[in-house]
Design a protein around this ligand. Sequence first.
Ligand code: SF4
Ligand code: SF4
Length: 107
Amino acid sequence: MDSINCMTDDNKTQTDTEVACTNCEACCCRMEVMLLTETGVPGHYIDTDEWGGRTMTRLDDGWCTALDRHSMLCRIYQKRPLICREFEMGGYECQAERTAAVRWANS
Ligand code: SF4
Ligand code: SF4
């Protein structure tokens, strides 16, 4: 990944940075991801609660276990959950996560 503007580029703000995954440190991969359908996610990436609800496991750093911490890319892209497939780049939640990451980095 060339740059990580949403986290570290203090010369730009959210409003003057084009919203793109290539300039984002996978901000949305820190959100809770429920598994609503079967897409082939390997079992060791899945948490199951006492009621049988399944979510992607996250580590102490907040990111999904399936995120490669070096490339900041999804390691199971072809098998990623439905929610990840439908997440809209540039949509409301995307922009909210990017803004939250900037606030967190500047706090
Ligand atoms: S969809 Fe949005 S929040 Fe997720 S990696 Fe792309 S730009 Fe970042
Ligand atoms: S499964 Fe992949 S795309 Fe979905 S949150 Fe985890 S790392 Fe991100």
